[in-house]
Design a protein around this ligand. Structure first.
Ligand code: B12
Ligand code: SF4
Length: 502
């Protein structure tokens, strides 16, 4: 079969990294293993029109990945596919549709939604589709939705709309139990020379030499603001040996110079991460590519022994989710970590010479001027190399989303495209956490953190500031003069999707 995987276009309002979409790369690898003819269309880097590509490739099955801000663009992609090939089967997957499957399944251009981790569901859909097509040369996509035939009901983890207008959710599909059994993400289907780097997570390296990896999936915590619609609560890890094999493949076959680990909580089993670091050294990989923890690791499990070994193994930068400087709010968001543990983790990282990133949120439920002030001060005290302040954005499926809807809060965004948190715009307000306050303190946080004299001096002394001068200037301007209008690319994209109802 011919299968096409699409990453719908989305231009973030900040200068961020572009790397191949890992979820799509896994699905492509699964299809390749199944023996399909595979194509990936990443709208962020393509210059061809999707309709032209579809006309040329003639896919039988089309998969579309979707985070919340991309969902409308995803529907538009499906509509374009159907305009060329009405009989191609369209499947939408990813975090947004896993949280709100009904919304997408109800759209005529989407044949079904895949909920949760997608590898097994995708292959199950492919196997079924192939069988149906083989057994019926007059196969029509509408047959899938016939309530009598119940063709889709055997596929776990999907949601679809019958022709009788009824939504059907098949049973949950268990998350992937043995991560080592998955193939490595298939980058050969991506136009690798069109990706930039892991910026701003790392210092600039030539185009196409940055890769991301997931060494574990899931997170046993459930912080109230975090969108965990895809990754299960059960934490599952790949063996250090499997990770090393992929690492070698990236370094040797793709010339990877930097690798970013995307795990939600990579150090839940600290022994595993320690062993991985030992193996990296043993295999000589620590000198070949530097690596960073893109997502926060647990501060309560970040001792000097572990961090020291990671550093020796080439880990340059480690991140921690700090979130807030207020003890009560920290408790209320279920982070299950204390400020003392966070302080200690930053101290430990500093002791072993590791750079740090701190993630902070402005506008958590209950945040007031006083608590936001504590967050800014805490960030300045911890003084990570990179402080990232996000605007609290309640995503569907999170506890904060429920709180806002139940406790008389007010969402200030109506369009999924605006569910981004680096834009300096308040996304909701509730009680004392007003929009005006969030926006004012967010700007203040960046200015106060980065415009301290020793930080300016530090920035000027860093090699990457000068290597990357235009970007540094543009970032600095954003801090001093936060942008009021969306840039042209974003505007164009928004205009395109105006026709798709939210
Ligand atoms: C790396 C990353 C990024 C990168 C790359 C984004 C990308 N397209 O992957 C960057 C920095 C660009 C980014 C930006 C944003 N991100 Co982000 N990001 C991540 C992170 C840490 C890892 C993503 C990843 O590679 N996962 C591993 C792969 C294997 O999983 P996956 O991509 O979800 O794919 C699996 C399933 O979703 C499913 N699936 C996906 N697509 C499809 C399609 C089909 C057909 C099928 C069958 C299945 C399927 O199967 C895949 C394999 O199991 C996740 C956290 C996480 N744990 O996933 C957050 C996460 C995806 N990001 C999130 C958010 C909020 C954002 C931003 C909105 C933040 C912002 N700045 O405002 C933007 C949106 C950008 C965009 N283009 O939409 C949320 C998503 C919430 C939501 N409801 O959408 C997450 C879940 C973090 C969280 N826990 O809250 N992000
Ligand atoms: S913020 Fe981190 S620790 Fe909390 S639920 Fe999300 S991934 Fe887990």
């Amino acid at each position: 079969m011919r299968v096409l995987l699409i990453n719908p276009r989305f231009h973030l309002p900040i200068d961020t990294r572009t790397t191949p979409h890992l979820g799509i790369a896994y699905l492509a690898a699964m299809s390749e293993r199944r023996g399909d003819e595979v194509a990936v269309f990443d709208q962020d880097v393509e210059d061809e029109k999707l309709t032209d590509f579809v006309r040329r490739f003639q896919p039988d099955l089309v998969g579309i990945g979707t985070n919340t801000p991309q969902v409308k663009q995803g529907w538009l992609c499906a509509r374009e596919v159907k305009s060329v090939l009405p009989n191609a089967v369209t499947v939408q997957g990813g975090p947004h549709v896993s949280a709100l499957p009904e919304e997408s399944a109800a759209r005529p251009e989407i044949d079904m939604v895949a909920r949760g981790e997608g590898e097994d569901t995708w292959i199950d859909i492919s196997n079924h589709l192939e069988q149906w097509k083989a057994g019926n040369p007059n196969f029509k996509v509408q047959d899938l939705h016939d309530p009598q035939q119940k063709m889709l009901d055997k596929i776990l983890g999907i949601t679809y709309m019958t022709t009788a207008g009824k939504l059907r959710h098949t049973h949950e599909r268990p998350s992937v139990a043995d991560l080592d059994a998955l193939p490595f993400p298939a980058y050969k289907y991506f136009k690798m020379d069109r990706y930039s780097s892991l910026q701003p997570a790392m210092d600039a390296i030539d185009k196409g030499k940055s890769f991301s990896m997931m060494t574990s999936r899931g997170c046993p915590y459930r912080c109230t603001f975090c969108s965990q619609s895809v990754m299960a609560e059960k934490w599952r890890a790949r063996s250090p040996e499997s990770v090393i094999a992929e690492w070698k493949h990236l370094v040797e076959d793709y010339g990877a110079q930097e690798i970013g680990l995307l795990d939600d909580s990579a150090n839940i089993d600290r022994k595993r991460l320690y062993r991985l670091s030992e193996l990296l050294i043993q295999e000589g990989l620590h000198t070949k590519a530097q690596w960073v923890m893109i997502n926060g690791i647990r501060a309560n499990l970040a001792d000097t022994e572990l961090l020291g070994k990671m550093k020796e193994a080439g880990c340059k930068r480690v991140a921690f989710g700090v979130e807030t400087g207020d003890e009560d709010i920290l408790e209320s968001i279920d982070k299950r970590v204390t400020h003392d543990q966070i302080r200690q983790a930053f101290k430990n990282a500093r002791k072993v010479g590791m750079e740090t990133v701190g993630f902070f949120i402005i506008g958590l439920p209950g945040d007031t001027e006083e608590t936001m002030e504590k967050t800014i001060k805490f960030a300045c005290d911890l003084d990570p190399l990179v402080a990232n302040f996000s605007m609290m954005t309640p995503y569907p499926g999170t506890k904060v989303w429920e709180q806002v809807h139940r406790n008389g809060g007010r969402m200030l965004v109506k369009d999924w495209q605006d569910y981004v948190f680096f834009e300096g715009k308040a996304r909701y307000e509730m009680g004392p956490t007003t929009a005006e306050l969030q926006e004012r303190k967010w700007k203040e946080a960046y200015r106060r953190f980065y415009l301290r004299p020793h930080r300016i001096a530090q920035t000027l002394m860093r090699e990457s500031t000068w290597k990357n001068f235009p970007r540094t200037v543009s970032m600095a301007m954003k801090i001093v003069l936060p942008k009021k209008t969306k840039d042209d690319k974003v505007k164009q994209m928004i205009e395109e999707t105006q026709q798709v109802a939210c």
